[in-house]
Write a protein that binds this ligand. Structure first.
Ligand SMILES: [Zn+2]
Length: 254
């Protein structure tokens, strides 16, 4: 933490307040970051402590309303449900590997039913995570990132080929503010959380970033490129606007 920011707590507020001094700030502003559930108070550099606490005091009720509106976080825990490619999956922490697990990967996607019955697509699907339970959340996150990258490489390659474009590298990160980005060096970067969304949504973000390889803007020409490789992208775009924020609930503390 730099000397220009510090934490404050208030007895009527469940979360600490991160106070940030900003040379650009003309007045105090408060916001709640929906992805990190942080309360952030930006203040002009020379603001006295008394002014800060008075301002906070005035807005406690508003802040509590904002915090109450945030969706509940869903930690990676045994028995919880998380979406994977848009479909709910139950998390099953299996514990250390035994003979019966030989040959299985660390994380396995199991459809309901056994070998004698056909998988029922409407029934529960689970993600079984092998190994010490303490490490299961991290293993799950590593696996989700790997799956996200695999799927994104697959889709990006398809769109790049269709549009006759090249990229230099593709990375998957825990970026909070954007679903994807494309640098002037033609390097693409995506949020691993796209693997939680329905496949058509991941596909849309892949097509969107590929189109930025030619058009570094959101002009009509850019949208024409997206439509050329993915004509049916409006619904996915809308899904992301409406539900995207919700994807940040899962494994929020991992
Ligand atoms: Zn864009």
């Amino acid at each position: 933490m730099s000397k220009d920011s510090y934490h404050l707590s208030h007895e009527n507020l469940a979360r600490p307040v991160l106070v940030k001094k900003s040379p650009r700030a003309k007045r105090m502003t408060l916001r709640v970051s929906p992805t990190q559930r942080d309360v952030i108070l930006t203040i002009p550099v020379r603001t006295g402590a008394r002014k800060v606490s008075a301002f906070l005091e005035q807005h406690i009720e508003w802040l509590n309303q904002q915090l109450a509106k945030l969706p509940e976080p869903v930690p990676f825990e045994n028995g919880r449900f998380i979406p994977f490619l848009g479909q709910p999956h139950e998390l099953v922490f299996c514990g250390p590997r035994t003979k019966k697990h030989v040959g299985q990967g660390v994380v396995t996607r199991i459809m309901a039913g056994d070998e004698h019955t056909k998988p029922d697509p409407s029934a529960n699907v689970s993600l079984q995570i092998l190994g010490a339970v303490d490490h299961a959340p991290r293993r799950l996150k590593d696996w989700l990132k790997k799956e996200a990258k695999r799927k994104l490489v697959e889709r990006v390659d398809i769109h790049a080929r269709r549009l006759g474009l090249d990229y230099t590298r593709l990375g998957v990160r825990d970026q909070r503010s954007r679903w994807g980005s494309c640098s002037s060096q033609k390097s693409l970067s995506f949020s691993w959380r796209l693997i939680l969304a329905p496949e058509r949504v991941l596909d849309y973000v892949a097509a969107h970033e590929v189109a930025h390889l030619r058009e570094m803007n959101h002009s009509e020409r850019f949208w024409a490129l997206v439509a050329k490789t993915l004509p049916e992208h409006n619904e996915a775009r809308q899904w992301l606007r409406q539900n995207g924020q919700d994807l940040h609930r899962y494994g929020a503390n991992e």
